[in-house]
Structures are given as C-alpha cells and as structure tokens.
Design a protein around this ligand. Sequence first.
Ligand code: HEM
Length: 403
Amino acid sequence: MVEPIDLSRGESFSQGFPHDYFSHLRANAPAFWHEPTKHSPGGEGFWVVSRYDDIEHVFRNPELFSSEKGPTRPFGGTTLLDDPAAGKMMIQMDNPKHARLRALVTSGFTPATLAKLDEDVRRLTKDILDDVEPGESFDFVEKVARELPLQVICEIVGVPQEDRLQLIEWLDKGIAEPSDGVIAADYYRKVRDYGFKLAQEKRRNPMDDILSIIANARLDDHEQGQLTERELALFFVLLFSAGSETTRSAIGGGMLAFIQNPDQMEKLRADPSLMRWALEEIVRWTSPTVYKRRTAMEDVEIGGQTIRADQKVTIWEMSANRDDRKFDRPFEFDIARKPNRHIGFGAGVHFCLGANLARMEIRCMLEELMRRYSGFELTGEAEWTPSNRLLGIKHLPVRFKAA
Ligand code: HEM
C-alpha cells in the first residue's frame, strides 16, 4: 500500500521527486483525481496524469487542453491557483494569440543566432570556472550551475549583469520556493516591475537584445500597435525565469548524476561523440520543470477516466521520463541512451523555445569541466529546493580534482 502524497505541497518534493509514488500511479492509477487540499485553494481538486503517452497527448492537443484557461500556478511554487497572468503571458496563451507572440522572439533562438552566441557562452563558462580552485570545497549550484544560465540570459535579454543576483533572489522567492503566497507575490511583482522599467528604457534606447525587439515590435492586433506595459513585463518574467532557473537545475542535477555514476563521465571523456546524447539524458534525468497544468476544454477520456470540461489537468514530465513503457531501464542514468525521446522540454506548440540554448550551455559547461578536472566528489549532502514548480538542487557541496 502506497501512502497518498499531497502533490500541491512543496515539502512533498524536499527530498527530490517522489518517484515511488509516481511509479505506483503509473501502474495503478494513470489518471488520478487529487482531492482538494489547503494548497489548492478554491476547494478544487485536479487530475494527475503520469504516463508518457497520455502526457504527450495532453501537450499535443491544445484545443482539448488549454494553456490559457488557468495554466500554471503563479506564486510560491506550491499552489494550483489560476494565474492572473493567464492569457497575458506567451506560455499561458492558446493560438492564434500564442503563435503571434512566439513569432516575435523566435529569431532570438534560431540555430544561426545561437551559433553566434557559442563563443560568448564559452567565455562566460571559462570565467566562472576560473574561480573554482581544485581541492576547494564549494557549493556547485551557487558558484557554477546558477551563474552560467543567469549570465547568459542577462546578455540575451539585455539585463545589466550587476542586477542578476538580485533578480534571481526575487525570482526564487517569488516562484520556485514555497512560502506564504502573499510574500511570494510581492517578490514576483518586484521582478515584473523591474522588467517593465527595463522595457521602457529599451523603448527609449533600443539595443541589440530581445527585450528591445519585443518592446518596439509593431502589432496590428494591439490597441496602441504595441504590447501593453503588463504584457511586456510578463514577457520579461517569462524569458528571465525560463532562461535562468531551469538550466540551473539541469546543470546542478547533471553534476550530481555524474558524481553518483562516475563511469558515465569516463564514458563521455572516452567518446566525445556521445555528448549529443548525454545532453538529452541530463534533461530526461533532471526534468527540471516537473509538471505543467492545463484546463480541459470539453469532456475527454484519459487513462480510463473521464475528465470533465473545465477540470484542471496536471501532467508530470518527470513521471513521463521514468515511464518503462517508453524507456528501457528508466532509473538508470545512461549517457549513451538512444533514441532518447524524453519530454523534459515539453511537446507541441509550447515546446521549449530555449531548448537549444539550454543544450549549448550544458555542453559548454561539461566540456570545460572535463578539460579542467579529472575527478568530482561530494563533500556534503545535496539539498533540494522544496518545490513542485521547479525540481532542483539548492545546494550541492563538491570538490574537484585538477586534471
Ligand atoms: C534544461 C532547461 C530547460 C527546460 C527543462 C525547459 C522546459 C520547458 C518546458 C517543459 C516548456 C513547455 C511549457 C508548456 O508546455 O507549458 C518550456 C517552454 C518555454 N521555455 Fe524552456 N526549458 C529550459 C530552458 C529554457 C531556456 C534557457 C529558455 C530561454 C529563454 C527557455 C524559454 C522557454 C520559453 C520562452 C517557453 C515558452 C514557450 C511557449 O509558450 O511557446 N527555456 N520550457
């Protein structure tokens, strides 16, 4: 008998993802009705969908499962409240609105644009690792995993680097970590207001960055021909949080996986052509964004259950990525796994816009780590962020041996 877990509580994730519980759900209750809890305000319960095929189905059928009609939770990482930003932020929109906004930023993430960034990402990686002395015990998340995505997204979006630590602190308190919803909302607002002021500045003095493009874009279907202040601020929050928090978790969780499976690092050193597959395995293994929420648009069958129109449906990427119906030996970290059709970047119209950027950052980091150091070990215990919004390691004490 497996004890039910309250999935709306951040603390249910304080030791990492509750894998045993989800293995049980995949086998016995692939579409499971989660009763309302005090963390799912409004007295509403929600569906928990845990198998790969069902999750992919939800991702790929936005006309049945809306992102706009109450998509994810906003503050504090633990609630399942409808987000007031629904319909105002690209990730929380349905087509055709979604496609129009996505087109505005796609140019910033094409392979050609990213190829030009490769050198910058390499330089930033080197600078960050220059501060890591072999033999020193340090927090890998704070000093390395958090820094690279944060510095890169500052360059892309056009945020002064000196503001980055303040912004990530506000974001963590506002989105990732569980806390009193009111306090979290306050921090979230600080990021939003910062984004809005910066966007105003980009309207006055456009530069060569994504926020300048968005702030000055002409949009025929908008009243003033441009995005409103609120939409601009929310675009900033989306790009900045999606760009910084997720990849931090992939790099931090990837390091822990390599420390626990040293043979996999040796395999990669011996055959660098495996890098492409190693990147996918790291994202499958860490599944940083844990779950997404949609709202059913009509009555629909999933996992032998009828989901009623307007009910909330949560789809758990981490569970899909451990489904043995899809992956052989899903609980083994295997950098040579191919094919590796993980769903860590989502699927369908909202497929992660930054997937190639994230891959580039993880690759640069791994290459530099292998070049500089020959061994990696833990010097304390990994501490997880108690959040169901972002599955990540908050602190990872480590020591590296010089190559
Ligand atoms: C390993 C790192 C990352 C993971 C695991 C990840 C995961 C995801 C997932 C699962 C989605 C789909 C959301 C949905 O269907 O509701 C998504 C969307 C998105 N991601 Fe990422 N992401 C990562 C890195 C990045 C980076 C570096 C950026 C850069 C800005 C980024 C920007 C976005 C944006 C803008 C969307 C919204 C796309 C849309 O609504 O059309 N992500 N991401």
